[in-house]
Design a protein. Structure first.
Length: 209
């Protein structure tokens, strides 16, 4: 990923929070030089650190992607908020349109989870994580025969993370006056439709002042 220094995000705590917040990922691998792509929610084991950190997930057994995953290196792309930036917002009018965005790339090696008990644990963790924000949480408490049927229809996996790279392109390369003006434009244009982009740009602007 092209990642100039002023857009690089290296704080591990921030990157982990980002992955947890925007955990619907694009998983990319290769099979005989052919790209394979799946779009999946992934769960990061945030309590582990360094070389022990993992991503957990599953996909439909009917999806042929899993057949080439075991022991393969993959790239998981976590997309955050993004939006068009108009040059009309800048103080300096000699500018061109651009796009602001935040993204995190995670690389690692895949291990398929063949033990049904382990897969059940992964499913429970995924459900608990996704349901944690709801007042009336759904419990993964289904009849054993139904659960067994469901687990046979999916393939679970873990990804042993080798690297995490963040790119937050949020106008940091602009002068302070243009950055401030771009932030004002984003607040006006995206305040209702894309408040997360406003929040990210505001936080980044405050850090650099």
């Amino acid at each position: 990923m092209y990642n100039p220094e002023h857009f690089q995000k290296t704080n591990q705590s921030e990157l982990l929070r980002f992955i947890q917040t925007y955990n619907f990922a694009t998983l990319v691998s290769t099979d005989n030089q052919q790209l394979q792509v799946s779009h999946l929610p992934l769960l990061i084991e945030a309590e582990n650190s360094g070389a022990n950190r993992k991503l957990l997930g599953h996909m439909a057994r009917a999806n042929p992607h899993w057949k080439s995953l075991d022991s393969s290196e993959v790239l998981c792309i976590f997309h955050g908020p993004h939006g068009y930036i108009s040059p009309s917002w800048y103080v300096n009018q000699l500018n061109v349109p651009t796009w602001n965005y935040a993204v995190v790339h995670v690389r690692g090696l895949v291990k398929l989870l063949r033990d049904e008990t382990v897969l059940e644990s992964v499913l429970t963790q995924l459900v608990d994580f996704q349901e944690s924000g709801f007042d009336d949480r759904w419990q993964y408490d289904l009849p054993s025969d139904f659960r067994s049927k469901l687990t046979k229809a999916i393939v679970g996996f873990e990804i042993n993370i080798s690297s995490i790279e963040g790119k937050f392109k949020l106008s940091q390369n602009r002068s302070e006056e243009d950055w401030k003006a771009a932030l004002a434009g984003v607040e006006k244009h995206y305040g209702q439709s894309n408040p997360e982009l406003v929040t990210l740009m505001t936080e980044e602007f405050q850090k650099k002042r």
